[in-house]
Design a protein around this ligand. Structure first.
Ligand SMILES: [Zn+2]
Length: 260
């Protein structure tokens, strides 16, 4: 029976630790997200800049093609001019070339303007990319540390679970049933030791009559939360300060002796 109680108390402690470990484990995704958030914003901005640059590049390329086509037209017009038969045809060809040249000039102006708009964005992208790479190194280290922590918590849970299996075998069926009812209801820790008339689980004061019974039978149940309570004789009061005063006393006597 004593071993069974010991085991259930130990199990209760383990369950509590597993519970807090699980809580901790559940907090990791949020922690990761929180760490990644600032850089995710920068990533979004980088993408935004790249898209803008892409659009400008496309618009510039389209216009460059147009310029080539128009220049091709001039070549043809030049050839035509060489074969003109009269002044009228000459004038017509010249007008054609002038119109095309105007188009080319307008499109080239557009290209210059687009390049002028693209350039500052490219500069911004360069600056932000450098900053990003530096921040990314720091973030990766932080994430690595977090993953290490996560792994260690998982390992702890594994150890607890192994220990739990061992402890379950040591607990009497009757006691285990009561215990499991409580832990299923998430009343954790489900079994606790008390030395004073209050439940350490729900913090309620235990009526004197009931506490006397708990002392008498070494165990009982909290009337409020239903936890399994086991009586533990209180430790002799304040042992440590006593030894301290003793030491002081001996020191005093020593110095006193020295003095003599
Ligand atoms: Zn209680």
């Amino acid at each position: 029976m004593q071993d069974s109680i010991k085991a259930v108390l130990q199990l209760s402690k383990e369950d509590r630790m597993v519970q807090s470990s699980h809580k901790l484990l559940n907090s990791f995704p949020d922690k990761k997200k929180h760490l990644q958030e600032p850089l995710a914003k920068v990533e979004h901005q980088i993408l935004n800049y790249k898209n803008k640059i892409g659009t400008y590049t496309q618009q510039i390329e389209e216009r460059e093609k147009l310029v080539l086509i128009e220049k091709e037209k001039i070549k043809k017009s030049d050839l035509k001019m060489q074969a003109v038969k009269n002044q009228k045809e000459y004038a017509a060809s010249q007008k054609e070339i002038e119109t095309v040249n105007k188009i080319i000039k307008r499109v080239e102006d557009q290209i210059l303007e687009l390049e002028g708009q693209k350039e500052p964005i490219e500069e911004k992208l360069n600056t932000i990319t450098v900053e990003y790479s530096e921040e990314k190194v720091i973030l990766d280290k932080k994430l690595e540390k977090l993953v290490e922590e996560e792994t260690s918590v998982k390992e702890k849970i594994g150890i607890y679970n192994a220990l739990k299996k061992e402890l379950l075998n040591k607990i009497d069926t009757d006691l285990l049933q009561k215990y499991e009812k409580l832990s299923q209801r998430k009343i954790i820790p489900s079994a606790i030791e008390i030395s004073a008339p209050n439940c350490q689980g729900c913090a309620i004061a235990i009526p004197a009559q009931l506490f006397n019974e708990i002392i008498q039978f070494s165990n009982g149940v909290c009337p409020h939360c239903g936890r399994l309570l086991f009586y533990k004789k209180p430790k002799p009061v304040e042992e440590k300060p006593k030894t301290k005063t003793k030491k002081k006393a001996t020191r005093k006597t020593k110095t006193a002796k020295k003095g003599k």
